[in-house]
Every structure is written in structure tokens, then in C-alpha cells.
Design a protein around this ligand. Structure first.
Ligand SMILES: Cc1cc2nc3c(=O)[nH]c(=O)nc-3n(C[C@H](O)[C@H](O)[C@H](O)COP(=O)(O)O)c2cc1C
Length: 207
């Protein structure tokens, strides 16, 4: 048995809560921007993913018109900072609806560092920064998808193993439903099976 939910029969918030509880876990883009008059802004966005490999493009969605979106429209630049577990409370605090003239970096006490290719600063304590130039925006109902071409990636030396960022060192936070957040669980590895090697078995291949 299943319970059916019809988006047309539910109010906006009820279906939004359902969607955000089932599209889980979501990675968190901690987005830094700078306003036209020079105020640095920082806010978490969990409607976030990779959109294109070549050119490298990432996207996040602004639900409604917020400072991050307005700043990107005005300046054409943003930085996606990875949201690590150890900065949990700071990340949550930067989601506070501070007025446009207030910088979350200053209000919350988040240390900045200059970016290499764009004007918005990076979060100094975040292990990864993806510096982006605005590619395009897509207006969808009450939301705006922001696509950014990654023009530079800066990764902390101490999370790199054999030239590659190591997830157990990155310790990314994720967003779940309601006010729930997730941390990295058990990491499992399995190789993808080439059709040439397919023998009809899908279970444990080690025995
Ligand atoms: C973990 C987390 C994820 C969030 N994800 C989004 C999101 O994907 N899109 C969005 O519009 N707001 C999201 N929010 C809410 C924004 O961070 C919040 O509205 C913030 O005040 C926006 O800041 P700004 O006006 O400086 O851009 C999220 C909040 C949290 C705590």
C-alpha cells in the first residue's frame, strides 16, 4: 500500500515539505556573493548540483528573490564553498534573514579570504571553493535556477589524498527534511560493471 499525495490538492508548503523530505540527502552550497555596493553576503543553498561537465557548470536554486540572487544578477559572480560538518552552527546562522546591508561574514564571524578569479571572497575555513562566473538564470515559478561556470577551484591541501579530494576528510554536511541535517555515513565502494563482463549476477561477486 502507498499513500498518494497530489501536488494540486496540497498547499505549496505541504508539498514543498514532502519534496524536501524525500529528495535527500542534498549537498549544501555555501554561496558567497558581493552586492553592487560592496557588502559581502553568505548563505547556504541545498538545491544544488553539477549541471555540466564541459564546460564545468554548477547550479543552485533561489526560492524567491534573495540577496544571493540579487547580488549575482548585479555582479555576475559567486563562490560555492563546501559546507563542512565542523562549521555546522555557523552555516545555519548564515541562513538568518539579515537585511541586505548586513554581511553574514561579519554578523556570524566567518573568516574570509580573497578569491583568485572572482570578487566575492571565499570562506577561509571551508576546504573547497568553486569560483563561478554567472552562466545564466532560469526562472521557474517562484524560484530561479542560477547556473555558474566554474572558473577556478581551490582545495585545501590537507583534504587531498593522491591528488584527489578525500570525502572522509571533507566531511560534508547535507540537508535532509524539516530542520534535519546529515553527516557523512559509511562509505561503500563498488566498481561499475561493463556489459562485456556482465554474467547475470547482481549480488555479492566476491564469493
Ligand atoms: C541548510 C540550508 C539550506 C538552504 N537551502 C536553500 C535553497 O536551496 N534555496 C533557497 O532559496 N534558500 C535556502 N535556504 C534558506 C536561505 O539560506 C536563507 O533564506 C537565507 O537567508 C538567504 O540569504 P540571502 O538573502 O543572503 O541570499 C537554506 C537554508 C539552510 C539552513
Amino acid at each position: 500500500m502507498r499513500i498518494d499525495f497530489d501536488p494540486a490538492a496540497l498547499d505549496r508548503n505541504s508539498f514543498y515539505k514532502l519534496l524536501t523530505s524525500v529528495v535527500v540527502p542534498r549537498p549544501i552550497a555555501w554561496v558567497s556573493t558581493v552586492s553592487a555596493d560592496g557588502t559581502d553576503n553568505l548563505a547556504p543553498h541545498s538545491f544544488f548540483t553539477i549541471s555540466c561537465v564541459e564546460p564545468p557548470v554548477v547550479q543552485f536554486t533561489s526560492v524567491g528573490r534573495k540577496d544571493s540572487l540579487r547580488n549575482i544578477e548585479a555582479t555576475g559572480e559567486f563562490v560555492v564553498n563546501l559546507a563542512p560538518e565542523r562549521l555546522f552552527e555557523q552555516i545555519n546562522a548564515t541562513a538568518t534573514d539579515f537585511p541586505p546591508g548586513v554581511s553574514e561574514f561579519d554578523a556570524v564571524g566567518v573568516a574570509r579570504e580573497p578569491s583568485l578569479r572572482v570578487k566575492p571572497p571565499r570562506v577561509a575555513d571551508s576546504p573547497v571553493a568553486l569560483e563561478c562566473e554567472l552562466h545564466s538564470t532560469l526562472r521557474l515559478g517562484d524560484s530561479t535556477v542560477v547556473l555558474g561556470t566554474v572558473v577556478h577551484a581551490a582545495v585545501a591541501e590537507d583534504v587531498v589524498v593522491d591528488g584527489h579530494p578525500e570525502v572522509t576528510k571533507l566531511r560534508p554536511l547535507t540537508r535532509l527534511g524539516k530542520d534535519e541535517w546529515g553527516t557523512l555515513g559509511e562509505v561503500q565502494e563498488i566498481s561499475r560493471i561493463r556489459y562485456a563482463d556482465w554474467d547475470g549476477r547482481t549480488g555479492d561477486r566476491s564469493s
